[in-house]
Design a binder for this molecule. Structure first.
Ligand code: PLP
Length: 416
């Protein structure tokens, strides 16, 4: 296998530094994970060379016999994980999976209803700076004063704006989403129900969150968050929508599929079908709960007062530290997080009053409940706005990093 350190030392050095960064700190960004060596290996495979426009058995290029089989395995495995009728594994990303559903079922100017970005929704659910908010009429719902989705408000908004599609799903929501309620509301107003399960896809696969598949017309997801695959997107839908969805992805939105990514998706779906993945998903949720309890016990406020899933949203509205300050302080103790707006945030989007934390990556790394207590104490110390506590907090984090070397040190030591 070619070694980049010989052919391109400048880049090899940066790859190596990134590997060291990951190993020497803890990754708490809720949308990130640590893909397996097998997934990384598939990503660097010869499948990257192939043009395979079309779908298995119906390609616009020759030489696709093995790529056809790979894509079919990816499709079959993801259908099995979720009990879905149809799957399209070609979207290059979560954003493109969402766009494909819009392209198939919404005409420019038509109305859809999604969760407000500042209340935890995603950019692609109607933000004015995203194509979803530019080309379509985006209406939004949010959370109540306690930080929970207000289903009565969703129903009220739906009755008022009569959306063609209702989107359930979020990027910064720490509570279970009731897809049955969303289905009821969609049925009442005659809307399609689209669920963007990107954040919770691994929890659904591992039986730790209600599945949206029986309730939704279309389910979109990314494959790289809790599901722990390569970066990419997938669409699941009822058979009756299969043709429209496939046409929207290709030729509607994309050209050639990224076959190496589809190969890596297939590998990760195989991993998600193993019994051990259920234990992993369960541990993600346990770790988030213990971390939330530790933060609360150390006087750190949380939006909604806790978590049901992999994610925690720290509420800094009453703190002298902004989300931006807190992100920088946590970086000083080797924790990677992202600042995040909280509902009714008084600070600007580039400053914010929140920190979003997730447990998928540290759970992959091996951390368990007892470690979450150490981690929670370190975070609480760093958020006390007292610089004399930072060194002690950092020592706690460093001890956890040493206890759980990333990839058992294998990739790091090989200068990946
Ligand atoms: N949908 C949700 C709910 C997300 O959280 C994200 C990413 O954070 C996306 C879609 C977009 O995924 P991508 O970054 O792959 O386009």
């Amino acid at each position: 296998r070619a070694n980049i350190s010989h052919s391109d030392p400048e880049l090899a050095d940066l790859f190596s530094k990134e590997s060291a960064r990951l190993n020497e700190g803890l990754e708490l960004i809720a949308s990130e994970n640590v893909a397996s060596p097998a997934v990384l290996s598939a990503l660097s495979s010869v499948l990257s060379n192939k043009y395979a426009e079309g779908y298995p058995g119906r390609r616009y290029y020759g030489g696709c016999e093995f790529n056809d089989k790979v894509e079919q395995i990816a499709i079959d495995r993801v259908k099995k994980i979720y009990g879905a009728e149809h799957a399209n594994v070609q979207p290059h990303s979560g954003a493109q999976a969402n766009q494909a559903v819009f392209l198939a079922f919404l005409k420019p100017g038509e109305t859809f209803l999604g969760m407000n970005l500042s209340h935890g929704g995603h950019l692609t659910h109607g933000s004015p700076v995203n194509i979803s908010g530019m080309y379509y009429k985006a209406e939004s719902y949010g959370v109540n004063a306690q930080g929970f989705i207000d289903y009565e408000e969703v129903a009220q908004k739906a009755r008022e704006c009569k959306p063609k599609i209702i989107i359930a799903g979020a990027s910064a929501y720490s509570r279970t989403i009731d897809f049955a309620k969303f289905r009821e509301i969609a049925d009442e107003v005659g809307a399609y129900l689209m669920v963007d399960m990107a954040h919770i896809a691994g929890l659904v696969a591992g039986g730790q969150h209600l599945s949206p598949v029986p309730f939704a017309d279309f389910v979109t997801t990314t494959t790289h968050k809790t599901l722990r695959g390569p970066r990419g997107g997938v669409i699941l839908c009822k058979e009756k929508y299969a043709k429209a969805i496939d046409k929207a992805v290709f030729p509607g939105l994309q050209g050639g599929p990224l076959m190496h990514v589809i190969g890596a998706k297939a590998v990760s779906f195989g991993e998600a079908l193993q019994p051990s993945f259920r234990n992993y998903a369960e541990q993600i949720v346990i770790n988030a709960r213990v971390l939330a309890e530790t933060l609360l016990a150390n006087s750190v406020s949380l939006v909604s007062g806790g978590t049901d899933n992999h994610l925690i949203l720290i509420d800094l509205k009453d703190s002298p530290l902004s989300g931006k300050d807190a992100e920088e302080r946590l970086a000083q103790i080797e924790l990677t997080v992202n600042k995040n707006s909280v509902p009714n945030d008084p600070r600007k989007p580039m400053v914010t009053s929140g920190i979003r934390i997730g447990t998928p990556a540290v759970t992959t790394r091996g951390l368990v409940a007892a470690d979450m207590k150490v981690l929670g104490e370190a975070i609480a110390m760093a958020l006390k706005n007292d610089d004399s506590l930072l060194q002690k907090a950092k020592e706690k984090v460093v001890s956890l990093c040493k206890k759980y070397p990333l990839y058992d040190g294998a990739l790091h030591n090989s200068g990946y």
